[in-house]
Design a protein around this ligand. Structure first.
Ligand code: ATP
Ligand code: MG
Length: 462
């Protein structure tokens, strides 16, 4: 339906009207956005700013997704009010960031990011490769549109008047399912190499083709990602991995040659056949959760991405005669130290990862009080999900994961009975001996935050 609508609009509007500074505007039923789909918080933000005498539009992914009939992840608002003026108009709001000041406007549990229109600076400070180091000068709406990345991300929607403004023929590109960089692609990648990763993310997430001129410079400029600060890279990687299309994104990165030597973690994953099966299963499970609108935890995700090197070093330690737990702890330290130099995983995620990993050997202890303590552990669910992935990939016997699901769901008497049957160890520590996968795909592992495992997926060991 949206296609028909856009067809109709395109026939009526001359593309020439979309010259810089003069947007094409689409009203009411012309743009296919239903104002009812706009969140209450975004609506209230725009209204408050407009009542204060300013312009205010929803911009970026929110508009794009609404026009495509998708549910937006969140809503960002762009305005000609300065951060202080926004603060004065919205009661629960605060200024975030020093150099790139934006305002977080809070309504109930929802937060809207409000940014002031930014200028294009011809004399912007750049590094020796052309990467823009500062762009915090305020500008006009037309300038703000021109400094956005893709045409489909530069659409502005005013929910109060129900109007879409299109400065760069983003509506045409939405209709043609094309990802097109605004301006000269090579220059835009030099200004901010992260835009190359964004090409992979959006083309995979939306299933759009990449316009040839947008794609072409990437092969040559891929190396510029080296100059991006690790924290920025981490943020963008997280968006990519939590896009609900992580597998497709990684394939796209590979196709563009962006993974090689640039993102060490991905190199590791995509170049190691052993690691790939585990990571593929983990990403498929994460994608499924996100698409089902279930919560996911970055700590869990990164624990899966780095498990293969941890596991290998752990096994190495055991083979050298170290004890299981200290060997695992040492393996974790060495992998995390190595990664810290290259990709800045946030400290709170590191704590989650370590906990999920350190709980793994405890699943192999099925006697005494230990199992009771483990199911009562705050991170049991996440650790069990992780164990299920290991089972799914043949690293651990599937019975082990099923036994724990049954144990967690059992009452006290049943638990005692299960422990009395004292099952034989399901696998050697660290999964040193690989087991063949049984019976195809099993229940997919979840990512951590749900309360208790599903009622016994299989019968306890006989
Ligand atoms: P998502 O739904 O995944 O959040 P999004 O388009 O909203 O997609 P964000 O990363 O939230 O993506 O960015 C919001 C908007 O800010 C983009 O739509 C784009 O207009 C602009 N933007 C973000 N990053 C860049 C960049 N590196 N260069 C230029 N513009 C950018
Ligand atoms: Mg967004």
């Amino acid at each position: 339906m949206i296609r028909k609508l856009i067809d109709r609009i395109l026939k009526r509007k001359s593309p020439r009207a979309a010259v810089r500074g003069k947007p094409v505007s689409y009203r009411g039923s012309e743009h296919g956005v239903h104002v009812a789909d706009v969140s209450d918080a975004a609506m209230r933000t725009c209204r408050a700013l407009q009542q204060g005498g300013f312009k205010a539009y929803i911009v970026g992914g929110g508009v794009r997704d609404l026009m495509l009939g998708l549910v937006p992840k969140d809503f960002d608002v762009a305005t000609d009010a300065t951060p202080d003026q926004v603060r004065a108009l919205i009661r629960r709001s605060r200024v975030i960031g020093r150099r790139f000041q934006i305002v977080h406007a809070m309504f109930g549990r929802e937060t809207i990011e409000v940014s002031t229109f930014r200028a294009i600076q011809d004399d912007a400070q750049t590094d020796e490769h052309g990467r823009v180091l500062r762009d915090n000068v305020w500008g006009t709406q037309a300038e703000d549109a021109a400094r956005r990345d893709f045409t489909i991300n530069a659409l502005y929607y005013d929910p109060v008047t129900d109007t879409v403004l299109d400065y760069h023929r983003g509506v045409r590109d939405l209709e043609q399912r094309t990802l097109r960089m605004i301006g000269d692609p090579a220059t835009r990648y030099r200004e901010d190499p992260v835009r190359m990763l964004r090409v992979a993310r959006f083309s995979a997430k939306l299933g759009f083709k990449v316009e040839p001129k947008t794609r072409k410079p990437i092969a040559e400029l891929a190396g510029l990602l080296h100059n991006v600060p690790a924290a920025r890279l981490f943020d963008e990687m997280l968006k990519l991995l939590l896009s609900g299309h992580a597998m497709a994104c990684l394939q796209e990165l590979r196709r563009e040659g962006l993974h090689h030597g640039l993102l060490p973690m991905l190199d590791l994953i995509l170049e190691q056949p052993d690691g790939e099966r585990f990571v593929t299963a983990a990403l498929a499970a994460t994608d499924a959760r996100i698409q089902a609108d279930k919560p996911t935890s970055p700590g869990f995700l990164f624990a899966t991405l780095l498990w293969e090197p941890v596991r290998q070093r752990w096994q190495g330690g055991i083979a050298r005669g170290e004890h299981t737990i200290p060997a695992l702890s040492a393996a974790i330290d060495s992998v995390l130290d190595e990664q810290a130099e290259r990709i800045a995983i946030q400290r709170r995620f590191i704590a989650d990862m370590r906990e999920i990993w350190m709980l793994q050997p405890r699943f192999e202890r099925r006697t005494g009080r230990s199992p009771h303590a483990l199911v009562a552990h705050l991170r049991f669910r996440a650790a069990w999900d992780f164990l299920m992935l290991r089972c799914q990939c043949g690293e651990m016997a599937p019975e082990l994961g099923d036994w724990w699901a049954a144990f967690a769901a059992a009452d006290d008497d049943e638990r005692e009975a299960m422990l009395a049957r004292t099952p034989a160890p399901a696998s050697s520590a660290g999964g040193a001996k690989k087991r063949r996968r049984r019976g195809g795909a099993r229940r997919s592992g979840a990512n951590g935050d749900a309360p208790a495992p599903p009622a016994a997926a299989a019968k306890p060991d006989a």
